[in-house]
Design a protein around this ligand. Sequence first.
Ligand code: G6P
Length: 610
Amino acid sequence: MCGIVGAVAQRDVADILVEGLKRLEYRGYDSAGVAIIDNENQLNRARRLGKVQELADALQAKPIAGGTGIAHTRWATHGAPSEINAHPHMSSETIAVVHNGIIENHEQLRSQLQDLGYHFSSETDTEVIAHLVHHELKSAKSLLAAVQATVKQLEGAYGTVVVDTRDKDRVVVARSGSPLVIGYGVGENFIASDILALLPVTRKFSFLEEGDVAEITRFEVNVFDIDGKPAVREAKESEVCHDVGDKGEYRHYMLKETYEQPTAIRNTLEGRLQGNMLDNQTFGAGADAIFQEIEHVQIIACGTSYHSGMVARYWLEALAGVSCNIEIASEFRYRQSHVPKNALLVTISQSGETADTLAALRLAKEIGYRASLTICNVAGSSLVRESDLAFMTKAGAEIGVASTKAFTTQLVGLLMMTLAIGQHHGMSVEKQNDIAQSLMTLPNKLEEVLALAGSIEELAEDFADKHHALFLGRGDQYPIAMEGALKLKEISYIHAEAYAAGELKHGPLALIDAEMPVIVVAPKNDLIEKLKSNVEEVRARGGLMYVFADASANFSSDDTMKVINVPVCDDLIAPIVYTLPLQLLSYYVAIIKGTDVDQPRNLAKSVTVE
Ligand code: G6P
């Protein structure tokens, strides 16, 4: 949520900052800005409402020179999207600040600063940081000391970067609740909220930890921990490749990422499965001992990741014989819950930085969970660093706000986790073999599914004038129906709901008419006859259905139903296989509706605020 880039270099940094913002735009895209200190020690700022390209155009028309600068792409929390509320925020033409997060005590700080004579020019919470740093500098001996004194007064979450015209070759940064990564160059250094922003200029990174404040110059990085003591944050080379921000031949990142799923899953499986045996490093050192001991699994996640956790509950209880609960992070963190004996807390997150999920993990550690495991796509992220065990999905960078390949690789990780836990809880060798073999068939199966794109694109036409849609599934396809509905609403803005098909008669049947398309996820499994009864209930009330099923389920198209034949696959992997047609359906509906597929309105990819 909100993207930050900063640089201290000898060369002009405007282009580096703007390229970084473009790569971070998935984090927020309602306004953008830069502030750069030039050779005359003047702060020059440019801000624009709208996408980063608006800012890029403005800088092209009126370039800003200078080697020290900060930049920001915003997802509004306090104050509407506008040029005035866009970052960087300034104090007295000397201090400029960018910020990601929410300062919860901003009203109180604002009134204290107003009493001191500070004038506010925006409605944001962030502006208090700029004025506070300015105020602290009246007595502090350095910018670093002023920022350290400032952050002590802040309540809430922040990743913030500050520059001062009176100390022009330095940026000072602070992290609490919102991630920041330092990028090391040769004779130049950088800061950003995500390594993606800095891949064009360096591959060497270190992550700041909670409470860290750091000063960064061209030649030096000095980090101080929450107690103000010098700290070492080890720098590592990243394996993420430079061109991840490239759409290649595809019209949108979402489409590219949908098509990358067979490869992403091959990468996620590679080196981890030998026969039916999992490499014992798959979940990290100590996993065997933990899996042996646990008697219960509690899964916590948000958004799409929550849906993958819902599927895992079906798998863990049916295949591994271990009880499992799943809860949305923002609920779990604010209620008093019972902690079962020997319980494993599993978080699932693409970004590894989702504020509610991270807070839930921290709470779980305090209230007595036996151990924690994260299924995550970003190495070095907060969830990975703070969990006892980690399974890294190898989806590669996901840029489209609507999650696709991160979701299906999470499901692969969760099925492997089911296998790993099951091996310690009496899972039969036959079942272990079934899981392993099904997983190995998955990439090729998904390639077959992607070949359905043409027919799904045709189907999408039917949705162009619709305002609502209902998704139905049963068993482990119920969460897939939920994910299908989420995708459709996220990117096409059509109101979509998912129901466990058995619940139809308890309410949603009242909505059925020809204007309410009903999408049914119907692989042939133990529940197919039950689902067919639900389909008949819809048909009898004049509903129009779109049924995704394999040929053996014996549905046929007629006036009330269009059937899309999905390749036959093993039940174990069916939730993953049936996800792809629903992703494609949402994508093509969004194309017809002309929405901004990769950056849908009001959303952001990495939700680092509550
Ligand atoms: C946002 C994104 C979703 C994502 C959710 C959880 O809402 O738009 O795509 O599923 O956050 O994010 P996480 O990074 O924790 O998976």
